[in-house]
Design a protein around this ligand. Sequence first.
Ligand code: CA
Length: 224
Amino acid sequence: MTTADRPSLLLVEDDPALGPMIAELLEPDYRVRLVANGQDGLHLGLTEPWDVMVIDRGLPVMDGISVIAALRSKGIAAPILILTALGDPDEKVRGLDAGANDYVTKPFDAGELAARLRALTRTFARPAGPVSIGDWELDPASRSVRSVYGGQVSLTAKEAEVLGALAAEPGRVFTRDELLAGFFHATDQPGVIDTYVHHLRRKIAKTVIRTVHGVGYQIGDAND
Ligand code: CA
């Protein structure tokens, strides 16, 4: 991956030790811009395009939740991860209500933060036209799956979205966490993914989606 390919990341963190430490940690994978107060964070968030933002809850001048709410009210859709203090579950809920996509509780493990950010910035293909899945064909526009042998089933919007993403990249193994981050709310349990897969298998066929044990799901096989 070349330097230019790294996603841009806005980090708003006032802790003079933690801010530079997180920036250094993420710099190999992101182009990080660090600012130390909420007002600067809001200004940069509104005036420059970002692939992802990491915003601390407690910030000088303007707190993190107000920054997130203001960004969302101005139509900024980039994924946002909020850093919250340990032991205050309400803070997580307030952060998510304000428009954050996920949260990490301080003190956090570097690997955990990196994994959450990967999940938030991972993109999913959204097929524009019909996509084939073995003996079936998904038409995203009408949210229906047709069998080559005749017969057709209707899907909900969410079912069609999840199936479309899986079908657009045959052989790719999608983890529960990335599907959760991509299609559901951060407060949902990973089990919601299993429920959707169960529904899709019941509606279409048991073999439509393959379980990769201990990891997630895929359509087709990497060796096909
Ligand atoms: Ca802080």
